[in-house]
Design a protein. Structure first.
Length: 225
């Protein structure tokens, strides 16, 4: 007859075998259809863009202020942005631009802007985007400085892997009424900037390789099945 000790040993052996089988099985468990879809979507992002980008643009600026008949003037910028997720990135830009009025006022300015940008369709070649942030505005000699907030929208199209062209417009609200040299109580200044630019993407190779490894594992798992 089988003793109690032998029965206990058999039970423990069975539990050990079941636990070992589960441990062996878990790494090969299939991902859900949604998880597989997310992997391929993320790969599409890295096929088009990267985790970082150089941002450059040229366009025009126009002030809304105390003078009549404002003029369109030259504007350009250079910057850098870093993606936090596929949809969201943080960017810093250095901007140079002119503000002018007919035969009355023409001044050069610069601004250092920090923006949060949201891509609506990050896995597509064409995507609208929204952005907004905070900036530091100054005349060329830094004698006249102000803080400001800005917000804008635009569209981007990837013309080749890692290179996108974009068109955007932004509204800037200066937290001062001395931008144009006039001091008018309760009348803060604002101006708009419209530009055509380029994003040159780079980075993200390690993330892309990890995605390819995960996708390769999924494919092999399905083939074995």
């Amino acid at each position: 007859m089988i003793g109690k000790n032998q029965i206990l040993l058999i039970v423990l052996t069975i539990f050990s075998l079941v636990g070992y089988a589960q441990e062996e099985k878990s790494p090969q468990e299939e991902k859900s259809p949604q998880e597989n879809k997310d992997l391929f979507r993320k790969l599409e992002f890295y096929d088009l863009r990267g985790t970082s980008a150089i941002d450059a643009a040229v366009g025009t600026s126009l002030i809304n202020n105390d003078y009549p008949e404002p003029e369109f003037e030259l504007y350009f910028r250079i910057g850098f942005k870093q993606h936090v997720t596929e949809q969201l990135n943080i960017g810093v830009t250095f901007n140079r631009y002119n503000l002018a009025f007919d035969n009355t006022f023409n001044e050069d300015f610069m601004s250092f802007d920090l923006n949060l940008e949201y891509l609506i369709l990050p896995y597509q070649k064409f995507t609208p985007f929204l952005f907004g942030g905070y900036g530091y505005n100054a005349s060329n000699d830094f004698e006249n400085t102000q803080t400001k907030v800005q917000a804008g929208t635009g569209v981007e199209y990837i013309i080749t892997e890692g290179v996108g062209i974009k068109l955007f417009g932004e509204y800037n609200y200066v937290l001062s009424n001395e931008l144009d040299g006039l001091i008018v109580p309760n009348n803060d200044e604002s101006f708009i900037r419209i530009a055509l630019g380029v994003n040159i993407y780079f980075g993200g190779n390690k993330k892309r390789e990890r995605l390819l490894e995960d996708i390769d594992t999924v494919i092999k798992s399905n083939l074995i099945k």
